[in-house]
Design a protein around this ligand. Structure first.
Ligand code: BGC
Length: 288
């Protein structure tokens, strides 16, 4: 039997600070798309904790935005507003950027997060399922990135705020490189995000606009509940994760805040995988 070496011992109680992230983004304005749940929600809160004022974009999930995300950002002393917009619709994206500028004068950071899955076997996938996923995951990121670049170029660098004129972080996926049967629309959209991000990065670098992606692996969010919510499902999923734990939204949020900060000023055009090793071909640990 394994002895519990901690049993019966007294340890000091450690209180987590209530706004744990250093205020590295003070004075900056961030738009976070798809921020009513999952990764977007965690990122919006972390941006606020880091001192940014946040435009909390959502299409659905208004309740969570106004009852959880915005109050938590305000609790830590940062400002936030909610804005409903479908990122795949050009007029709605333009309206969101106009509102952000009206409210906070300019935009410094775009977190291109809004995304969805509509899974189907390839030969059963409807054009509507294909189109919807491409529209939101890829065209939505294009529309928001284009508005952000227009604003960053117009305003230029303000040294007292950041070394860069602006930062764009695309939330991609391990599936920008891992093919995914039954999810052809989704993997295609994320493969598209990869080269969209890198091509924009190449084009706008001289304006000191930084463009990167964060590529999450399996993170516990509503998009993939079926993959981790039961012990059996989680056991199966862990076969794909060498680090042997399913990720949490905060695992992504912390990296996003750092990547948006001047600490990461020389990182440009990169896809940063935050996946517990999912992209390490774990099957080869025993096979091959
Ligand atoms: C998908 C999840 C999936 C993960 C790893 C993500 O991009 O949205 O559903 O669990 O990739 O496969």
């Amino acid at each position: 039997m394994v002895r519990n070496i901690y049993e019966g011992k007294k340890f000091p109680k450690v209180e987590m600070p209530s706004c744990p992230i250093e205020r590295k983004l003070k004075g900056q304005t961030a738009i976070v798309t798809g921020a009513s749940s999952g990764i977007g929600k965690a990122v919006a809160i972390a941006m606020g904790h880091a001192g940014a004022q946040v435009i909390v974009n959502y299409n659905h999930g208004e309740d969570a935005v106004y009852k959880e995300v915005i109050p938590e950002i305000q609790r830590c002393g940062s400002k936030a507003i909610g804005f409903q917009a479908d990122v795949s619709k050009e007029d709605q994206v333009l309206a969101m950027f106009a509102q952000a500028k009206k409210e906070y004068d300019t935009v410094d950071i775009l977190i291109n997060n809004a995304g969805l899955q509509q899974d189907a076997a390839f030969d059963e996938m409807t054009l509507a399922q294909w189109q919807k996923v491409i529209d939101v995951n890829l065209t939505g990121q294009f529309l928001c990135a284009r508005e952000a670049v227009r604003e960053f170029k117009r305003r230029g660098v303000r040294k007292e705020i950041s070394c860069a004129a602006g930062k764009i972080i695309c939330i991609s996926s391990v599936h920008e490189v891992i093919p995914w049967a039954g999810h052809v629309n989704y993997a295609s959209s994320k493969g598209g995000v990869m080269l969209m991000m890198k091509s924009i990065a190449q084009e706008v670098a001289p304006y000191r606009i930084r463009v990167n992606s964060v590529c999450p692996g399996a993170i516990k969010t509503p998009i993939n509940t079926a993959a981790w919510a039961t012990p059996e499902a989680e056991k199966e999923l862990l076969k794909l994760i060498p680090y042997q734990r399913v990720g949490e939204p905060d695992d992504i949020a912390r990296v996003v805040v750092w990547l948006a900060s001047d600490d990461a000023d020389y990182i440009h055009g990169e896809s940063i995988f935050v996946d517990g090793g999912m992209t390490l071909y774990p099957g080869f640990a025993t096979g091959g």
